[in-house]
Design a protein around this ligand. Structure first.
Ligand code: PMP
Length: 304
């Protein structure tokens, strides 16, 4: 049996090759769907898999469903049970990424959400670094603006909304950067293509508020809690583009990104071009917390 062969599809656990969606599905034609990205961490010592903040991810998925008016007859608890079973069936014994998706299977011409025809699927695959968490990365301010609250709400995770992310990330890569930073339509810092952004100035952490067209972030929330634990002041406020250039440190955070230092923005070196002390301190605590090694936050780690 190959690694992570089984997926959850149409109410059953089936081999990945058997999970197929029609070319006529609205999910494919109009991007009608929403999804999540969740990390699971394998602990060699106790031989257990821990899924990080899984209930919070499924609550957010159900919120995305509400925003998109795509009801799905499953509770967050049931989704957690399915995910546990999927990990067990695949005998997951490595750090992994879990991708649940709700998608519209209706085969009809016209972009419209309906009560029926929405399906829930999940797959899991091994995953280590998404970005370079030790060496850090470079980023550019994108020429693409973040989709606004009244366009495609970025506080949810709609499938079609990721065209915006893909345009920005592709442009960044083509221009030799690792990642993109979105500005809002008003020109203030929003987030990365799939991660939130924090700046450090004079020892203080600064991050854009959730009103700046960014996702209601789970890692962002985690970092806020960890920063509090470390006695750091965090200010959630509007951030201007030029503040990026004078920050002492910048890091991205997200389920995929975890805590990733940004060593340069728009060809300007940030700090001394390496991971700064505040980022390092937070990253160390973060990596312990996600693995269940911080007593106070152990409840975030769901044991499979
Ligand atoms: N912003 C966007 C656009 C994302 O896709 C993600 C990844 N889910 C994030 C931020 C980070 O959010 P979280 O920490 O909840 O994964």
């Amino acid at each position: 049996m190959s690694e992570c062969e089984f997926v959850y599809f149409r109410g059953d656990f089936v081999p990945s090759a058997d999970a197929r969606v029609s070319i006529k599905a609205r999910a494919l034609n109009y991007g009608l769907g929403c999804f999540e990205g969740i990390r699971a961490y394998w602990n060699e010592d106790d031989q257990r898999l821990r899924i990080f903040r899984v209930e919070d991810h499924y609550r957010r998925l159900l919120n995305s469903c509400r925003i998109l008016q795509m009801p799905i007859a499953l509770s967050a608890e049931q989704m957690v049970e399915i995910t546990d079973e999927l990990c067990r069936k695949n005998e997951v014994r490595a750090d992994s990424y879990i991708r649940p998706i709700v998608y519209d299977t209706v085969e009809a011409i016209s972009p419209i959400m309906t009560e029926d025809g929405n399906e829930f699927a999940v797959f899991v695959q091994p995953m280590r670094d998404y970005l370079d968490t030790s060496g850090g990365i470079t980023a550019c301010v994108s020429s693409w603006r973040r989709t606004g609250e009244n366009m495609i709400p970025a506080r949810a995770k709609p499938v079609g909304g990721y065209v915006n992310s893909a345009l920005a990330r592709s442009e960044a890569k083509a221009n030799g950067y690792d990642e993109a930073i979105f500005l809002t339509a008003d020109g203030y810092v929003s987030e990365g293509s799939a991660e939130h952004i924090f700046l450090v100035r004079d020892g203080e952490l600064i991050t854009p508020t959730s009103q700046e067209d960014n996702l209601e972030g789970i890692t962002r929330h985690t970092v806020l809690a960890l920063a509090g634990e470390l006695g750091r002041t965090v200010v959630e406020r509007r951030v201007a583009r030029a503040e990026l250039y004078v920050a002492d440190e910048i890091f991205f955070c997200g389920t995929g990104a975890e805590v990733t230092p940004v060593r340069g923005v728009d060809r300007r070196i940030i700090g001394d071009g390496a991971m700064g002390p505040v980022t390092r301190e937070l990253q160390e605590l973060f990596f312990k917390a996600v693995r269940g090694q911080v007593e106070k936050f152990a409840h975030w780690c769901h044991l499979v």
